[in-house]
Design a binder for this molecule. Structure first.
Ligand code: AP5
Ligand code: MG
Ligand code: ZN
Length: 212
């Protein structure tokens, strides 16, 4: 597939970011991820929308969804600039799914299936490089030197929403809002279901098989 349009679905901690990096490397596509885009704009002033909170960061630290108006705009701009892409973290509800359908076409929809307790273990042990974004896990995928990125030597940090309490809240929000999105693509007959509890290499093999 050249310049594929890939959507990767899965609960918080399912491995979307981890596998997206491999898709980017293998297919040369853009990684379009609302989570990273919002983390880079946590303090953005959205008070004009007159909603519950005045910045994306307040929604994120509570484990809640950032309003559609904010997220749709980010995705529209990012997709306009991308040739091929892997879309990660969007759409997360029905209205985002409809919006996406109105602005682009998808070539493949992947779903990484992982059960809840494994998700919590993955989220609470995750560490991220503040310089290059590489993702580690203190037990499942530790860096050679604790706190230091193998790839670039950058410092590793823990995301503010990766406490056990917020992780469980995010999984709950996912079940309520995003699980129906998975069902929608399953019913449409386009969902490629992948066992996300395998090792990262095994998950990647299944993804490559599905796309080639
Ligand atoms: P976002 O950043 O998208 O977070 P998320 O969906 O909760 O997903 P994660 O990034 O936590 O998990 P992942 O699947 O990428 O897992 P990873 O590969 O890192 O969103 C954050 C917040 O932003 C939301 O809560 C919301 O507030 C807001 N937001 C974002 N998009 C939005 C939208 N569209 N609408 C509204 N609000 C939005 O892996 C996790 C860990 O597991 C790592 O430590 C990794 O090393 C490890 N791991 C990965 N694969 C494996 C494996 N196979 N075996 C063992 N360990 C593994
Ligand atoms: Mg991610
Ligand atoms: Zn790094």
């Amino acid at each position: 597939m050249s310049n594929p349009h890939v959507l990767i679905l899965g609960a918080p901690g399912a491995g979307k970011g981890t596998q997206s990096r491999r898709l980017v490397e293998h297919f040369g596509v853009e990684h379009v991820t609302t989570g990273d885009a919002l983390r880079a704009n946590k303090q953005m002033d959205i008070s004009h929308l007159d909603l519950a909170y005045d910045t994306p960061g307040e929604y994120m630290d509570a484990g809640e969804l950032v309003p559609d108006e904010v997220v749709n705009e980010i995705v529209k701009t990012a997709l306009e600039d991308a040739d091929g892409y892997v879309l990660d973290g969007y759409p997360r509800n029905e209205s985002q799914t409809e919006y996406l359908d109105s602005i682009t076409d998808l070539d493949a929809v992947l779903y990484l299936d992982v059960e809840e307790e494994e998700l919590v273990r993955r989220l609470t042990g995750r560490r991220v490089c503040e310089n290059c974004g590489a993702t580690y896990h203190v037990d499942f995928n530790p860096p050679e030197e604790p706190g230091v990125c193998d790839e670039c030597g950058g410092d590793l940090y823990q995301r503010e929403d990766d406490t056990e309490e917020t992780a469980r809240e995010r999984i709950q929000v996912y079940e309520e809002n995003t699980a129906p999105v998975v069902e929608y693509f399953r019913d449409a007959g386009v969902l490629v279901e992948i066992d996300g509890e395998q090792t990262p290499d095994e998950v990647w093999e299944d993804i490559r098989d599905a796309l080639e």
